[in-house]
Structure formats: C-alpha cells, structure tokens
Design a protein around this ligand. Structure first.
Ligand SMILES: Cc1cc2nc3c(=O)[nH]c(=O)nc-3n(C[C@H](O)[C@H](O)[C@H](O)COP(=O)(O)O)c2cc1C
Length: 76
C-alpha cells in the first residue's frame, strides 16, 4: 500500500515508477551502499524517474480484468 501511494504521488508529479522485488535476493550491495543496519532487510525496490518512451519495454500495456470481474458495487 505504501509503494502504491508513492507511485500515485510520483505520477501526480509527472514521474514514472517501476516497483521490483526481483533484485531482493541480491540486496547485499544496496544494503552496504545505504548503510542499512543488520536487523533490517529490503522487501522491494522501486525505480523512480522519467520513463524513456522510445524504448520497447515502455510500450508494454498489460491486460486488465474488467472491474466487474473483481468487484461488485452495491448501492451506487
Ligand atoms: C511490490 C511490487 C514488486 C514487483 N516486483 C516485480 C519484479 O520483481 N519483477 C517484475 O517483472 N515485476 C514486478 N512488479 C510488477 C511491475 O512493477 C509492474 O507492475 C509490471 O511490469 C506490470 O505493469 P502493470 O502494473 O502496468 O501491469 C512488482 C510490482 C509490485 C507492486
């Protein structure tokens, strides 16, 4: 929820994001670089900046379920 809020705030400021947990198994250099204490660990990371829309990876548009498939609105 925290990451989503940060992503929405970034979008509102014209920035792009990409959360990724895939690099967490390789977090040791990040922990060392940022001086993160031994009793803490990373659970996710998030790139923050401006997307390069000329890159092919920026053109991916993932499919979404219809809202009616995942939620039911009553009384609206
Ligand atoms: C907390 C979090 C961690 C994520 N980690 C990864 C990841 O490690 N690898 C990956 O390919 N996508 C990961 N994703 C998904 C991508 O960030 C992104 O949502 C995905 O490329 C699909 O884009 P879409 O959300 O527009 O459908 C993660 C998403 C969240 C919210």
């Amino acid at each position: 929820m925290y990451i989503q809020t940060l992503m929405l705030a970034a979008k509102g400021l014209g920035l792009d994001t990409c959360p990724q947990a895939a690099w967490v198994p390789y977090q040791e250099p990040v922990i060392r670089h940022l001086g993160i204490p031994d009793n803490e660990s990373l659970v996710s990371g998030m790139s923050l900046g401006w997307a390069d829309h000329a890159k092919i990876e920026s053109t991916l548009v993932s499919e979404r379920e219809k809202i009616s498939e995942v939620a039911r609105f009553e009384g609206f």
